[in-house]
Design a protein around this ligand. Structure first.
Ligand SMILES: NC(=O)c1ccc[n+]([C@@H]2O[C@H](COP(=O)([O-])OP(=O)(O)OC[C@H]3O[C@@H](n4cnc5c(N)ncnc54)[C@H](OP(=O)(O)O)[C@@H]3O)[C@@H](O)[C@H]2O)c1
Length: 352
C-alpha cells in the first residue's frame, strides 16, 4: 500500500516542526508539502536545524503550490498548525480547491478555529468573525480517548491545556465520582506560546520563575467545559488557573473536586485504570506523574489520591506532542483507518 500524501500547514511554527518530526517516523504517512506563509522557498532545515537529517532538501511551499498538490492527490491528509483566526479561512480555501478537483482530503486542525459548535460561540471568546462558519459542522472536537464513534470527515484537536486537563476530568464526571465543580491548576512550558518571542515568554523573565496568568478567565476554559460535556454528558464548572513554568515542554495539571460519595485512593486508581484500559497512550500509576516521563512523547500519565471527601488527579502531557502534533496524528490515524497509535509509541527520552 502506498503511503498517504500528507500536507502540513503552519510552516516555521513549533507545532509544525513537531509534526514533521513525527511524520518522518510514521510508516504510512509521506510528507508531500509543508506550507509557509512567511518563508516559501526556504529550506525547512533552516527553520528546524534539528530536522536537517530528516529533511535535508525539503523547501517550504506557498499556498499556491499546496493548492496545486491538492488538485492532484485524491485523498491526502492535511495537518493544520496555523494560528487561530487564520486556520479556518486557509483550510476552507484548500478544501474548496481539492473538492473542485473531485478530491477528498481529511483534515485535523490543531488551532482553536473549529473547536466550537457555532460561529457565535467562537466569536464570543476570540473577538473576531469565524473564518469559515459553513465548515464548522464538518469538524468534531474531542480528545481521541474520549470519542469512539466519529461522525464528521474532519477533526479539531482540543489543544494542549485541554487535553491534559480533560484526561483527568472526564472520567471523574463520566463515572459520577465528583460534584460538577472542578478546580484546576495547570503549568505549561514556554513552547506553549509558540515561536514568536513576546515579553511574557522571554527567557530571562521566565527562567527560574513560576507565575499564574489569566486566573479563572483563560480563553480555553469554555473549550474544556464544552469537550467535558460532550465526552461525559455532565455540564461542569471548571475553575482554571494556568501557570507559566520555567521549562520549554510539557504541561502538569492538578484537578481537584469534592467526591459525591466516599472513595479511597486504591478504588479511585482502579476506576481510572479501568476507564483507560483500552487507551494505550494514557497510563495510570500510583505515584505522582512527572514531566520527564512524557516530554517529547505522545504518552500522558495520570495518578490520583483521595482523602475520603475530596480527590486530586494529577495529569501530565507534552504540549507539542500529545497536546498538539501527536494527538493530531492519533486522530489522523483513525481518519485513515490505521491503528490509532501508529508511529506514536516511542517512549519519552527521560532526560531532556
Ligand atoms: N504550542 C503549543 O504547545 C500548541 C499546543 C496546542 C495547539 N497549538 C496551536 O497550534 C497552532 C500552532 O501553534 P505554534 O505554537 O506552532 O505557533 P507558532 O510557533 O507561533 O507558529 C505558527 C506559525 O503559523 C504560521 N503563520 C503565521 N501567520 C500565518 C498566516 N497568516 N497564514 C498561514 N500561516 C501563518 C507561521 O509560520 P510561516 O510564516 O512559516 O507560515 C508561524 O510560525 C496554533 O493555532 C496554536 O494555538 C499550539
Amino acid at each position: 500500500m502506498s503511503r498517504v500524501p500528507t500536507i502540513v500547514l503552519g510552516g516555521t511554527g513549533y507545532v509544525a516542526g513537531e509534526l514533521l518530526r513525527l511524520i518522518a517516523a510514521h510508516p504510512q504517512l509521506q510528507l508531500e508539502g509543508i506550507m509557509s506563509d512567511g518563508s516559501p522557498g526556504e529550506l525547512v532545515a533552516r527553520a528546524f536545524p534539528h530536522l536537517a537529517p530528516l529533511y535535508p532538501d525539503e523547501q517550504f511551499k506557498s499556498q499556491a503550490q499546496i493548492e496545486a498538490l491538492l488538485r492532484q492527490e485524491r485523498a491526502p491528509a492535511i495537518l493544520a498548525a496555523a494560528p487561530h483566526g487564520v486556520s479556518a479561512r486557509l483550510i476552507d480555501a484548500l478544501l474548496t480547491t481539492a473538492e473542485k478537483a473531485g478530491n477528498a482530503p481529511r483534515v485535523v486542525d490543531i488551532s482553536a478555529d473549529f473547536r466550537y459548535a457555532t460561529a457565535p460561540a467562537y466569536e464570543a471568546v476570540y473577538g473576531h468573525p469565524h473564518g469559515a462558519p459553513a465548515r464548522i459542522g464538518q469538524f468534531t472536537c474531542a480528545v481521541p480517548e474520549h470519542l469512539r464513534e466519529l461522525t464528521t470527515p474532519h477533526v479539531a484537536h482540543p489543544g494542549c491545556f485541554a487535553t491534559t486537563i480533560l484526561l483527568a476530568a472526564v472520567p471523574l464526571l463520566a463515572l459520577d465520582l465528583v460534584e460538577p465543580q472542578l478546580f484546576v491548576a495547570a503549568t505549561t512550558g514556554s513552547t506553549g506560546s509558540g515561536r514568536k518571542p513576546v515579553e511574557g515568554t522571554h527567557h530571562p523573565l521566565r527562567h527560574g520563575d513560576l507565575y499564574a496568568y489569566n486566573a479563572l478567565t483563560h480563553r480555553h476554559t469554555a473549550e474544556i467545559a464544552a469537550c467535558a460535556l460532550a465526552a461525559s454528558g455532565v455540564a461542569a464548572h471548571f475553575a482554571f488557573v494556568p501557570h507559566s513554568g520555567p521549562y520549554a515542554r510539557g504541561i502538569h495539571a492538578t484537578v481537584q473536586a469534592v467526591l459525591r460519595r466516599p472513595l479511597d485512593t486504591a478504588t479511585l486508581l482502579a476506576r481510572l485504570t479501568d476507564f483507560y484500559a483500552h487507551s494505550p497512550l494514557v497510563q495510570v500509576g500510583d505515584s505522582p506523574p512527572r514531566l520527564k516521563e512524557i516530554v517529547a512523547s505522545c504518552y500522558a500519565r495520570l495518578s490520583a489520591v483521595s482523602d475520603g471527601q475530596t480527590l486530586a488527579v494529577m495529569s501530565v502531557a507534552d504540549n507539542l506532542n500529545k497536546g498538539a502534533a501527536g494527538g493530531a496524528l492519533q486522530w489522523m490515524n483513525r481518519l485513515q483507518g490505521f491503528p490509532e497509535t501508529m508511529g506514536l509509541t516511542a517512549a519519552a527520552p527521560g532526560w531532556t
